[in-house]
Write a protein that binds this ligand. Sequence first.
Ligand code: ARG
Length: 463
Amino acid sequence: MKNKKLWGGRFSDATSQITEQISASLHFDVRLYKHDIQGSIAHARMLANQGMLTQDDCNAIIKGLQTIQKEIEEGTFPFNEKLEDIHMNIEARLTELIDEAGKRLHTARSRNDQVVTDVRLYLKDEIKDIQKLCVDLIQKLIKKAQENKQVIMPGYTHMQIAQPVRFSHHLMVYAWAYLRDLKRLRFAFSTADVLPLGSGALAGVNYATDRHYVAKELEFGTVAHNSMDAVSDRDFIADFLYFAAMAGMHSSRLAEDLIVWSTAEFNFIKLCDSVTTGSSIMPQKRNPDIAELIRGKTGRLYGNLISLLTVLKGLPMSYNRDLQEDKEPLFDSIDTVKLVFKGMAEMIEHMTVNEDITKKAIYKNFSTATDVADYLVMKGIAFRQAHEIVGSVVKYCEKNNKNFFSLPLEELKKFSEKFDADIYEYLDPEKSTERKKSYGSTSLDSIENQIKLLIEQLHEFNH
Ligand code: ARG
């Protein structure tokens, strides 16, 4: 009788082996055990308050569930794959432990509202942890930006040297991106923060329950208003998976910058030993594997989002067993995004910047050509014409192998009478960032301002 299904009343024959294999979810939904127990305790208390369960039965249920939690945590719980999922395993064990009272727990609920309650509770807890990891990563980016405020490097467009920027400006790009991820995460929390329990299978239940009491017990912000929606809605998972996909995308872009910067060709930064690996054949190698793996893990973060959206597409109302397929993508993205944030934080914290090399690099590819054009504009020439003139200077330097940054004034004058001795201020790539006057630019003042603003905005997430 041990393997008898809790729903087996109307069946004469046993389920086949393949049915059991396909149905089984215990190996992944076991991680919901704590939240399943938490949900059941709140449900039992509500049943007792409403007079649907005696206080003795309620106490026995709570005690039994606490014993089960201990058994699971100590590794002595008798898991049975044939009982499909964690919910059935816990309920069957409860009945084994306390008999009749255990059988009363499932009054006024169904596994359909139960499972999605568990997932919501579980995800809300995970989001709190993930938020902390994301805040920590942002703080490490800010710290590294602050430490390297004076470092100047080439900024790129099309992967070609474009204009000098501050290293801190480049790094802060990612702090802003992760701050947007935090906002998406907060949104995912808000959509998860709705109680489905008490909706029954789909139609509601034939008992005068108190769902608002249960919501309070479980700290849900609100209660689902439509019992069919309650058991069918997985939007909150999609919201989280979208957050994770975006955080993965940002991390893969940062990882790519770190990988490029740590090549022998660029040599802008050094990643520390703890996040790089050697090669089994080439003794000199120092590979940025962690950055590469973070870049690569973005694939599964995208895949998990697409996987859930595909499961949901065209699914009729209300609960369908397809919905069991919501959990593995969710769990995988939770685990992956945590790894990504932790790995990235460690790489950022310990990397060092080769200041001399980034400074030398701004003397390449005519990085102040735009500043020189702006100089001519200041002297009264129209921008389009100034652009044309500087273009000719660049061409001249390339053809005659001349150094743009120290071109003699007589030679410059051949291109425009407007060039004067003060042009060298504008040609100097080390002075370029401080000439930026627009809001949000790469000048020191502007960077200090954006760091201040970001720290202010981060406060709401930092508790
Ligand atoms: N393991 C199932 C799931 O993850 C629990 C709900 C089962 N409900 C049902 N009607 N068979 O969705």
